[in-house]
Design a protein around this ligand. Structure first.
Ligand SMILES: [Zn+2]
Length: 310
């Protein structure tokens, strides 16, 4: 299984077009200890000739164009992208589906609630039905293994197995009150477990405070890519760019009591990578104390183009 990070930043990217926070300003000024990042996007390749996208970022078109192995292999139209797995109905997770609208058959895996939000609240996503065959939505039950794609008949290589782990109950702000009240809370935000043979990956770009089940999956995985959105609970407030705390918008911060660094001890077997890093996060400054603290604790910080072979 090969895992490639096409984008590593939280919503807005780094720098964010309208943001003049310390990080975004210094990056624009060319300060060398910063690296630009596009919005979080990961692709998982099963060695069967097909790959799957983990969410569909608003930067997806550019990310595909800059990745040689995602180019069409034959005329007239082709893509190695077989499908997309959605971890939530957040704009950051689903907006990129519109970049995939060029009459391309796709499989989309999501909880029934996420599918309903995308299709019932946002008619524009019905554009994916123009493909022949139209995009196929798969309603995924929580905590149940399902196969991704097909077994390669020539090599006998097994497909990736996946399961969605419930992480939280916060549906996006844009969801209408009527629909919101009809949705079960556990289907709002999920983490993805991807397994092939003896290797396992856990992907959770949003970890709401209060969820705990993910820790067992993170500890048992060869690679876990977790929520690196905020360093501090009051980061948006301190930067003057928001009025809500990290936990109020569905992200446990890295630092402080109950923070991610404290929650996940170092006694686990695999690589631990922070992804979905917000542009206000001081760990983006490669010479900051926070950056050093994260690295000293055994974490890696995802960057665009980062690749893992498992
Ligand atoms: Zn900024």
């Amino acid at each position: 299984m090969r895992v490639t990070v096409l984008g590593s930043a939280a919503g807005g990217g780094f720098p964010q077009w309208n943001c003049a926070c310390a990080n975004c300003s210094r990056l624009r000024d060319g300060v060398l200890r910063y690296q630009a990042r596009s919005q979080a996007q990961v692709v998982v390749w099963a060695n069967t000739g097909q790959c799957h996208l983990l969410n569909a970022s608003p930067d997806l078109r550019t990310q595909i164009l800059s990745t040689s192995f995602l180019a069409p292999a034959r005329p007239p139209r082709h893509t190695p992208i077989a499908g997309v797995l959605l971890t939530s109905a957040d704009v950051d997770s689903v907006a990129g589906l519109l970049h995939l609208r060029e009459f391309q058959p796709l499989h989309i895996y999501a909880t029934p609630s996420v599918r309903r939000i995308v299709l019932e609240e946002n008619r524009i996503f019905h554009v994916l039905e123009r493909a022949n065959p139209p995009a196929t939505w798969h309603d995924v039950s929580l905590d149940t293994w399902f196969p991704l794609g097909q077994v390669n008949s020539s090599s006998g290589e097994s497909s990736i197995r996946c399961r969605m782990v419930p992480l939280g109950s916060a549906y996006p702000d844009y969801v209408s009150a009527g629909l919101r009240h009809s949705l079960p809370p556990g289907e709002a935000v999920v983490g993805l477990v991807l397994a092939q043979e003896s290797k396992q990956v856990f992907y959770a770009p949003a970890l709401p405070a209060g969820s705990v089940e993910w820790k067992d999956w993170a500890r048992s995985s060869d690679l876990c890519m977790l929520d690196g959105t905020f360093w501090d609970e009051n980061e948006l407030i301190s930067a003057g760019v928001g009025s809500k705390t990290a936990r109020e918008i569905g992200h446990v911060p890295l630092s402080g009591a109950g923070g991610l660094l404290e929650q996940l001890d170092s006694a686990k077997r695999g690589r631990r990578v922070l992804i979905h890093v917000n542009n206000t996060n001081p760990i983006l400054d490669e010479e900051s104390a926070e950056h050093r603290e994260v690295r000293d604790a055994g974490w890696e910080i995802a960057y665009d183009g980062m690749e893992f072979q498992l």
